[in-house]
Design a protein around this ligand. Structure first.
Ligand code: NAD
Length: 354
């Protein structure tokens, strides 16, 4: 049986990927996760009894654990989602980002390289190391243009810099050691199981509780929004059909300002959970101090993956956003479970400049 190791599989995108990979492949999935505040086994509850599901609590920066992982499970692929992912947290505490995103990826690459070296040729031909990365490594765009796979890296936050460092290591392991790597860089994801510190779930939950909806700066920052199901389908396509050593950009073709996103969520909630006459969830919008070093605009050119691998997003932003809002309304227990730790939607990353 084919075995795929999925690191960070208890997080937002990872747990959605696990669900899709169980449905669309016959592979055994070995989920490796450190279960930080962002990793929750409750995100995998519905699939954890599947005979092809294995969960291992481990840190990708733990060399012994990673060595044993390859020895014990002999995977034919690794998909690396494990990361510290929240930009605001990276401003308050960059250390964990360098540890997991740079060192962790390095430790995982080293374990993969040694394991790969021990394989017979047929298994070498099949093996893939798929690293999941972000469009934030490319920095910020002006009013026009879009990131292509050739865009030079220019990360601005400790988060994006740590992801950029990891991407470079992955590329170097292909060039230097011939490890069959794939890198995918995607835009902002949204959908079920996203930890409620990110814009869309935070806005939904705050609006439902009548709390302020914080909008950084003037709300004009633009992100290209990708529905997580579309992203995961693209990741599986890249794993199956992608060419070793290549990188692929994935985006949702849905550029929106943060203000537009918040307004759309409020409009959906106004229809699903109407407030008393004359009131709107939009009344909760609150403009707050901008994030230090806030990238103004991201946009993704998906021509390469569309042309070479035949992937493009299937959902429209509006329909996927409606599905997402409905999911959060129906999964109150999950929201409560994942928030019962320290994090309670407080504002993070507000660096005071001297
Ligand atoms: P997430 O924060 O929801 O989940 C990250 C997961 O990694 C958690 O389950 C956490 O417990 C685990 N983890 C953290 N440190 C670990 C370690 N040292 N060892 C093992 N597990 C560890 O993140 P996400 O939004 O699902 O993002 C997944 C990947 O996709 C990340 O690599 C991220 O950089 C990338 N990405 C995310 C987005 C987005 O919009 N969410 C966009 C582009 C790229």
């Amino acid at each position: 049986m084919e075995t795929i190791v999925i690191t960070g599989g208890a997080g937002f995108i990872g747990s959605n990927y696990v669900r899709l990979a169980l449905a669309q492949t016959q592979a055994r999935l070995v989920i490796v996760d450190k279960l930080t505040y962002a990793g929750n086994l409750s995100s995998l509850k519905d699939v954890s009894s599947n005979a092809r599901f294995v969960f291992l609590e481990a840190d990708i920066a733990d060399a012994t654990a990673m060595k044993n992982l390859f020895k014990d499970y002999e995977p034919s692929a690794v998909v690396n989602f494990a990361a510290e992912t929240h930009v605001d947290r990276s401003i308050d505490g960059p250390h964990a980002f360098v540890n997991t995103n740079v060192m962790g990826t390095f430790v995982l690459l080293e374990a993969a390289r040694k394991y790969f070296g021990s394989l017979i040729q047929e298994d070498k031909n099949r093996f893939r190391f798929h690293h999941v990365s972000t469009d934030e490594v490319y920095g910020s765009l002006g009013k026009t243009g879009a990131f292509t796979e050739q865009t030079a890296y220019a990360p601005n936050s400790p988060y994006s810099a740590s992801k950029a460092g990891a991407d470079h290591l992955v590329s170097a392991y292909f060039a230097t050691y011939g490890l069959p790597t794939l890198i995918t860089n995607c835009s902002n994801n949204f959908g079920p199981y996203q930890f409620p510190e990110k814009l869309i779930p935070l806005t939904i939950l705050n609006a439902l509780e009548g709390k302020p909806l914080p909008i950084y700066g003037d709300g004009s920052n633009v992100r290209d929004w990708l529905y997580v199901e579309d992203h995961c389908a693209g990741l599986l396509t890249a794993l199956r059909k992608g060419k070793p050593g290549e990188k692929y950009n994935l985006g949702g073709l849905a550029e929106k300002t943060n203000l537009q996103v918040v307004d759309k969520i409020c409009a959906i909630l106004d229809s699903l959970r109407p407030l008393p006459q004359g009131k709107s969830h939009k009344d909760l919008k609150t403009f707050v101090k901008d994030r230090p070093g806030h990238d103004h605009r991201y946009a993704i050119d998906i021509s390469k993956i569309k042309k070479e691998l035949g992937w493009k997003p299937q959902y429209s932003f509006d329909s996927a956003l409606e599905k997402t809002v409905e999911w959060y309304l129906e999964h109150k227990e999950w929201c409560e479970n994942v928030q019962s730790g320290k994090y309670r939607r407080e504002r993070l990353g507000l660096l005071e400049r001297p």
